[in-house]
Design a protein around this ligand. Structure first.
Ligand SMILES: Cc1cc2nc3c(=O)[nH]c(=O)nc-3n(C[C@H](O)[C@H](O)[C@H](O)COP(=O)(O)OP(=O)(O)OC[C@H]3O[C@@H](n4cnc5c(N)ncnc54)[C@H](O)[C@@H]3O)c2cc1C
Length: 418
């Protein structure tokens, strides 16, 4: 029988990082992944350059049922610690926007770094290898008093006192996402927060969307918000029109907070007082309203905007000096407070992450160990979801690091059987 101090399931960002740290702390670690490649999500992330952290990371950049849960791990492994690691490996990187750090060359640099860290920790890696079942025995045959696990794998039975589940969420099933982590969390009696696609484009009903579908490809800065009063959440980011709805950073960010059936609100000219500008133009210009509006927002949007006036009982397709003050006020108000209710999302095949997951009430925020002794959950499988901008990888590193530290402390205190 194969015996290890720790078996990490999932060779993605969190699993590889945790394994490397645990190995370097002296533990005998096995990593298994059902895919023949490691870290496919790192490879495709950040447009191939991996936005691997965000310098401004705080707990406020995450959502989950307990927004404070991530605080402990994030404070014990910071973005600076990860950039120090990159510097030790000679990986060049740069800051792009709002604290977001990207590789200069390619996301492959991060994967190479993680594998080098695993090598330094003398990690064993089995790929492709599936785990069919995990059994727990409360009494260890060695009489240490601690329990142990038996894992049925493609390469035989593995025995270990500690299992780390790092199998991620459900997004992008075609590169290997599965519900493995959720299934085994339930099997061991842990609570779950219902998973849902997040950082995902929003879609709109075909007919209602028809007037805007022609804007596909248009991008502009907007303020976007959802929710009401205490629950309100907003972002100032770029919006992208698509054939089926809305995307771009603004929509990906708000999608994580959007509740099915509720509206989103957009200000399509957040830096401009549209009414003041149009009223000023009315006094001296005979141009069409669309032409005046085109000096404030992209001209395709201006054309589409005035064309929808008829459906609202307004004639906006006329010279601005002939428009009433009320008509201009209605137009400006609709541009600054465009409220619309998405039909749905593009789902897991386009979502960057999965919100929800293993309920943090059943996990230690210090070590990520669950209330099931020796069973740990790290990374995206946990109900901790970051904003767009490098936060999800920072959570993968920080939760992996906290878990490795916890494993080392527990196993050096006598739980090892390898
Ligand atoms: C297109 C895209 C771009 C992204 N860009 C960024 C970005 O730039 N910055 C950022 O911070 N975040 C980004 N993310 C999110 C980020 O990739 C994830 O949050 C992060 O990879 C989660 O790490 P993880 O280790 O928890 O899970 P993953 O990286 O998903 O790793 C899970 C691993 O588990 C394995 N696995 C799954 N099921 C099983 C099973 N049954 N048995 C064995 N192994 C299994 C998988 O093969 C995989 O290797 C992006 C996501 C996508 C989809």
């Amino acid at each position: 029988m194969n015996s290890f101090d720790v078996v990490v399931i999932g060779a993605g960002a969190a699993g590889l990082f945790c394994a490397g740290v645990a190995g370097q702390l002296g533990l005998k670690v096995l990593v298994v992944d059902h895919s023949d490649k490691v870290a496919e999500k790192i490879r495709i992330s950040g447009g191939g350059r991996c936005n691997f952290t965000n310098l401004g990371t705080t707990a406020a950049n995450f959502l989950g049922n307990n927004p404070n849960f991530c605080r402990s791990a994030l404070s014990r492994y910071t973005p600076r610690q990860f950039t120090d690691l990159l510097q030790r490996h000679g990986v060049p990187f740069h800051e792009k926007h709002k604290g977001q750090l990207f590789c200069d060359r390619s996301a492959e640099d991060i994967i190479a770094l993680l594998l080098a860290e695993c090598d330094a920790g003398r990690i064993t890696r089995w790929q492709p290898c599936s785990i069919r079942n995990i059994r727990y025995s409360a009494s260890s045959p060695e009489g240490t008093g601690a329990g142990s696990y038996e894992l049925d794998s493609d390469r035989g039975v593995i025995r270990t006192p500690s299992v780390v589940i790092a199998t991620g969420g459900l997004s992008i099933p075609k590169i290997g996402a599965t519900d493995f982590g959720y299934r085994f969390a339930r099997k061991f009696g842990l609570r779950m927060v219902e998973p849902r696609p997040a950082l995902v484009p929003l879609t709109f009903d075909g007919d209602a969307w028809a007037p805007y579908a022609q804007l596909a490809g248009l991008s502009l800065p907007v303020h976007i918000e959802t929710g009401s009063k205490k629950e309100k959440m907003g972002f100032l980011e770029d919006l992208l029109f698509t054939h089926r709805g809305l995307s771009g950073p603004a929509v990906l960010q708000i999608s994580s907070y959007w509740q099915t059936g509720t509206p989103i609100r957009l200000n399509l000219a957040p830096d401009t007082d549209v009414l003041q500008s149009l009223t000023h133009a009315k006094a001296s210009s005979r141009k069409l309203i669309a032409n005046e509006l085109a000096s404030l927002v992209p001209s395709r949007l201006a054309d589409t905007w005035v064309a929808q006036g008829a459906a609202l009982g307004q004639n906006w397709q006329r010279p601005i000096n002939e428009a009433t003050d009320k008509a201009l006020a209605v137009l400006a108000e609709r541009l600054a407070r465009w409220e619309l209710t998405p039909t749905g999302t593009e789902g897991y095949k386009k979502a960057e992450v999965t919100a929800g997951g293993v309920d943090t009430r059943d996990l230690s925020s210090q070590t990520l160990e669950s209330k099931q002794p020796g069973l740990y959950f790290i990374g995206e499988v946990v109900d901790v979801t970051g904003w767009l901008g490098g936060y999800n990888f920072q959570w993968a590193w920080a939760s992996g690091h906290a878990c490795a530290q916890g494993l080392a402390a527990t196993l050096s205190a006598g739980r090892t059987i390898a």
